[in-house]
Design a protein around this ligand. Structure first.
Ligand code: SIN
Length: 289
């Protein structure tokens, strides 16, 4: 019996407070540093139900963040971004006051270019600007459900090609590293391309989701990039309708845990001159079906 995302859940170890009508909830009553299996099982249910969940006032050492994430599966070591010293599983997401660009500033699902893209990512805030630097999330289940039946049926038979070329080409690496504090490893890496279904089903819930994103999807399988562009652009625009989104305002100690299969996210770059530092860990997922 799949987990029913529409059904209100009775949790024993936590409480949930939705932050929008579409997606996202704050979780109360959980200390991720002390996480027990029965608590984390409920965290998993809350993630399936809300697409992205948020925790406040956490105090985590790198080992504790890693241990909490490992409840959900093995961790992905980012193929191109440089890790935190001594912790290959942690990807620092930093913007120094002198940097002009941040990372994650286009709608995306983490590492969708991989054959088995991520199940989910946890982002822990260590240093936040006095204002700005929020992250927006968009439910791709609501995006799918908002399409016409004809469009759903057409997309249901299509696959799309995802590529890491905005991160892997030598030119992109040099350009991105010049304006950003979060650094890509500049040693040459070949471009990775993978095809995934345009509509993916999450196995635990049986729910269908739109699965194309403007950062990594480059074309539909069997079509050229110019042929694919008009429909991809339509789907990107549709996928971020305000009604499908929530916006999270960070505080030091906040953690966001998003399901990369179910939501896309966008990091807003509106805090010039201020510092923001996060640690990200990414849980490995399954091959999209
Ligand atoms: C990311 O895209 O993983 C970073 C999100 C953020 O910094 O808010």
């Amino acid at each position: 019996m799949p987990f029913d995302v529409q059904q209100p859940q009775a949790y024993q170890h936590l409480t949930t407070r939705p932050i929008s009508g579409g997606v996202g909830a704050e979780i109360e009553g959980v200390d991720l540093a002390q996480a027990e299996p029965q608590v984390m099982a409920e965290v998993h249910q809350a993630l399936l139900q809300h697409g992205v969940i948020f925790f406040r006032d956490q105090d985590l050492r790198p080992e504790e963040l890693i241990a909490a994430a490992k409840f959900f599966g093995p961790l992905n070591i980012h193929p191109i971004y440089l890790p935190l010293d001594g912790y290959p599983e942690i990807m620092p997401v930093v913007k120094e006051p002198t940097a002009t660009m941040n990372i994650g500033n286009s709608w995306h699902s983490d590492v969708s270019f991989m054959e088995k893209p991520s199940l989910g990512s946890l982002l822990y805030a260590l240093d936040v600007p006095p204002y700005g630097g929020d992250t927006i999330f968009a439910s791709q289940r609501l995006a799918y459900e908002g399409l016409s039946n004809e469009m759903k049926s057409m997309l249901g038979d299509m696959r799309a090609v995802h590529s890491d070329r905005i991160l892997s080409s030598a030119e992109s690496k040099a350009k991105r590293n010049a304006g950003r504090s979060t650094k890509l490893d500049e040693k040459p890496t070949p471009e990775v391309q993978t095809t995934h279904p345009v509509i993916r089903t999450i196995p635990e819930t049986g729910q269908k989701h739109l699965y194309v994103n403007e950062a990594f999807t480059i074309r539909f399988e069997g079509m050229t990039e110019p042929e694919s562009k008009p429909l991809l652009d339509y789907l990107y625009e549709h996928g971020h309708k305000p009604e499908f989104t929530c916006r999270f305002q960070w505080r030091k100690g906040s953690v966001a845990f998003w399901d990369n299969r179910a939501v896309q996210h966008y990091a807003i770059n509106d805090y010039q001159g201020f510092r923001r530092e996060m640690w990200r860990v990414t849980v490995e997922g399954e091959r999209p079906e």
